[in-house]
Write a protein that binds this ligand. Structure first.
Ligand SMILES: Nc1nc2c(ncn2[C@@H]2O[C@H](COP(=O)(O)OP(=O)(O)OP(=O)(O)O)[C@@H](O)[C@H]2O)c(=O)[nH]1
Ligand SMILES: [Mg+2]
Ligand SMILES: [Zn+2]
Length: 355
């Protein structure tokens, strides 16, 4: 589903030549959109044909999408005709029982995974975010907020724990209070780069974006003192253009990040385990009960923590469950189509008989 830059450019040219303009989805609210066009934010809607053709939620525009638009009313209103192919995206399983993909944002170069160094700190949650971000092709950077609440020693300890699981991804600890490392983060958002902030509520996503914008554009709110939990202050995803031409997307704090992924991005995030697997006795070793399993040995030797291993198993189970369910969904769709087809044939035959 990830499109190459060539495919994207080709489609973009096609729509421009057909007489449309290209705009970007800045926000969505109950089926109505705000689009960024010529540095202005303008309301927009999708056409009736667009709705008719859309089959699932992800056929609708997401924040960050580039869309082919017809402008009306002196460029004060847009009709969205088409979504250009997405180069990257962040997807999750919708919360609750439904098995459906939900797009958090599209066309993101870098995903800042923000975690608070207070009670929010949780390595297992970080692993989950890394899998989700890598799956969609964005480059993850881990931001640890609120260094001002820790001693130097506590900070060093936590950073080294995060580095164990970060793999190739950079880790930056900062404080929006003391401003340490804020400039370093800001420099990453170069012109024409799109970054998306994800993380739990209250970790400081909107606070940091306000620093980059240079004013209190986004609403922020204190966390609960007893457990550092946020109050779900941001309620919608929003794309903002910075003065330097970089784009930032703020998102509401995520309570439940269900995987919408296959095993590939899990192996990437657990590269240490994947590498060990090559040394297991059985090539199809599941690393759960087999003899001569290099992964189980590494846990005994304390080279890999049991918590990390269990997190790996949990994510793997979740991906396998999803895989089985989505196949079932596909099978059901196919059956429904077949059923409808045979019904149609039956009707035709009946009509013929009548004649
Ligand atoms: N001590 C300290 N507090 C911070 C820092 N960054 C943010 N905060 C505070 O954390 C609280 C929550 O910040 P927000 O920016 O609203 O958090 P958010 O991630 O946008 O939360 P949601 O919108 O609910 O997802 C605010 O009171 C901020 O002032 C930091 O580096 N240090
Ligand atoms: Mg916020
Ligand atoms: Zn094994």
């Amino acid at each position: 589903m990830k499109a190459s830059s060539e495919t994207f450019e080709r489609e973009k040219q096609h729509w421009i030549e057909t007489g449309f303009v290209i705009a970007r989805i800045a926000a969505e609210h109950k089926g109505r959109y705000s689009i960024l066009y010529n540095n202005d934010v303008v309301p927009a809607e999708v056409t009736g044909k667009f709705m008719f053709d859309a089959e699932t939620r992800k056929d609708y525009p997401a924040v960050g999408d580039f869309v082919a638009v017809q402008m009306y009313d002196d460029n004060n209103m847009g009709m969205i005709h088409h979504i250009l192919p997405r180069k990257t995206f962040i997807s999750r399983k919708t919360s609750g029982k439904e098995i459906e993909e939900q797009l958090i944002a599209a066309n993101i170069d870098i995903a800042f995974i923000v975690q608070g160094l207070d009670h929010n700190f949780n390595l297992r949650r970080l692993e989950r975010f890394l899998v989700v971000v890598r799956e969609g092709g964005a480059r993850p950077i881990i931001l640890l907020s609120k260094t001002d609440l820790l001693s130097d020693q506590e900070l060093a300890e936590k950073i080294s724990q995060v580095k164990v699981i970060a793999g190739e991804s950079p880790v930056i600890a900062y404080s929006a209070k003391t401003l340490i490392h804020i400039e370093e983060i800001k420099k990453i958002i170069s012109p024409d780069t799109t970054v998306c902030f994800v993380g739990s509520s209250g970790v400081g996503k909107s606070t940091l974006i306000n620093r980059f914008v240079g004013k209190e554009l986004l609403f922020t709110q204190e966390v609960r003192e007893e457990d550092s939990r946020g109050r779900h202050t941001t309620t919608r995803r929003e794309l903002i253009m910075l003065k330097n031409g970089g784009y930032v997307i703020d998102t509401p704090g995520i309570r439940e990040l269900g995987l919408w992924t296959n095993s590939g991005s899990i192996a990437e995030t657990f590269a240490d385990i994947a590498e060990l697997a090559a040394h297991c006795k059985f090539t199809d070793c599941t690393h759960v009960h087999e003899p001569n399993c290099a992964v189980l040995r590494a846990i005994e030797d304390e080279k890999i923590s049991r918590e990390r291993y269990e997190s790996y198993l949990k994510l793997r189970r979740e991906a396998a469950y999803l895989e089985s369910k989505t196949n079932i969904t596909k099978q059901m769709e196919r059956k429904a189509v077949e059923k409808k087809l045979s019904k149609d044939i039956y009707t035709i035959l009946k009509l013929k008989k009548k004649k």
